[in-house]
Design a protein around this ligand. Structure first.
Ligand code: CO
Length: 196
């Protein structure tokens, strides 16, 4: 695939196939979105939310950034969480990391990556908080573990947002899940789950 023209051609063909399958596919979706899930994942091109969940457009509200981080002062992520919980009324928030995450690897490898190191500093915090545990592991084991610990820490951060705390105070049904995705076999694994 090369050039933007081929992307537009692919889009036209895709839209045509969708209408052939279901004539009202787009007219229904255009009216409203009623996703049941908020997915907070890594920007990595190999972990697209709807595709790995085998769900069609309209089923998942998505926020992605490098290394699936939930930072207490990140207005973009916090706004997505608020909209998902208070307006869309999702009952599940999934924080999904993945093994082989480049952001996590950059932290483990150390060195200077420029501006992005400011963002990766949040993973460094996770590394420091778990330094005793991580120091007992080596190579891929340590890499995999930090990918998992990062997800668990971000789940904790989601639980600590005012939006989620308020939802739980109002006895809303809202579960925060921590998952990790394996690039090598396409399988999602649950790491933790918090119902408030
Ligand atoms: Co990643």
């Amino acid at each position: 695939m090369s050039g933007l023209e081929s992307l537009l051609d692919r889009n036209a063909l895709w839209a045509k196939h969708k209408v052939e399958e279901n004539a009202s596919f787009f007219s229904q979706l255009a009216q409203q979105q009623t996703p049941k899930y908020l997915w907070i994942g890594c920007s990595d091109s190999r972990v697209p939310a709807t595709q790995v969940l085998d769900l069609p457009p309209g089923e998942v509200f998505v926020h992605r950034n490098i290394a699936n981080l939930v930072v207490h002062s990140d207005m973009s992520c916090l706004s997505v969480i608020q909209y998902a919980v208070e307006v869309l009324q999702v009952e599940h928030i999934i924080v999904c990391g993945h093994y082989g995450c480049g952001g996590v690897k950059a932290v483990l490898d150390g060195g200077d990556h420029g501006m992005i190191d400011n963002w990766l500093g949040h993973i460094k915090d996770v590394q420091r908080l778990n330094s005793e545990h991580l120091s007992q592991l080596e190579g891929d084991e340590r890499f995999d573990k930090l990918c998992e610990l990062n997800v668990q820490e971000q789940v904790r951060n989601v639980c600590n947002t005012t939006v989620v705390k308020n939802a739980w105070k109002k006895r809303k049904s809202l579960t925060i899940h921590g998952w990790v995705y394996s690039l090598s076999d396409g399988i999602l694994k649950e790491l933790c789950c918090n119902r408030g």
